[in-house]
Design a protein around this ligand. Structure first.
Ligand SMILES: [Zn+2]
Length: 188
């Protein structure tokens, strides 16, 4: 049997005491400090976001969305994907949020300099097909767009047109400036 399997416990404790090797290790170290310093709230039966709000934004790591909006844990749902695109899965989460969790306001927040606006979905799909030598598989498209502002308007329109989101009283579109951190409204 390999030695590392025989010494699982000691290896595990050594890992805890050595410098983190990967980003995941560093994040888990950060979490230990977070969990130690976190103020434990009393258990609550209420899991609805207190601001009755859901936010769809891009996964771009230059958007610290909680900080940018002054959000605290428990206040809003945050859904992120590449290009803040209203995919089937985003609709799944939003419909659950609106129907089951009392969400009434939805914000779509795109951003300046979005990578999806400099991207050719078809070329990328073909390059994957060639690289991995297999037919296109899920996802079959990557939802690139040539115009950032138009994309935000398109995504808001998709939400407003969805019959299951009628309980959402407000669906608005915004753009986050990655240089200034300012959020401006595009679709009231
Ligand atoms: Zn983006």
């Amino acid at each position: 049997m390999p030695r590392d399997l025989l010494n699982t416990e000691s290896t595990s404790s050594q890992l805890q005491n050595t410098a983190a090797d990967t980003s995941t290790d560093r994040l888990l170290q950060n979490n230990k400090q977070y969990a130690q310093s976190r103020q434990h709230l009393p258990p609550s039966q209420v899991i609805e976001p207190s601001m009755q709000t859901a936010i769809l934004t891009c996964m771009d790591c230059r958007i610290p969305i909680e900080d940018a909006l002054g959000l605290k844990p428990g206040q809003a749902y945050i859904i992120r994907n590449a290009g803040n695109v209203v995919t089937d899965d985003v609709l799944r989460s939003l419909i659950l949020a609106v129907e089951g969790k009392e969400v009434r306001e939805i914000l779509v927040i795109g951003h300046t300099d979005c990578a999806l606006a400099k991207f050719d979905s078809n070329a990328f799909t073909n390059s994957l097909k060639n690289k991995y030598q297999c037919a296109p598989c899920v996802p079959t498209q990557f939802h690139a767009f040539p115009n950032i502002r138009k994309n935000i308007r398109t995504q808001v329109a998709k939400l407003k047109a969805h019959p299951y989101l009628a309980e959402a009283t407000s669906i608005r579109g915004f753009i986050f400036d990655v240089n200034t951190g300012k959020i401006n409204e595009l679709v009231p």
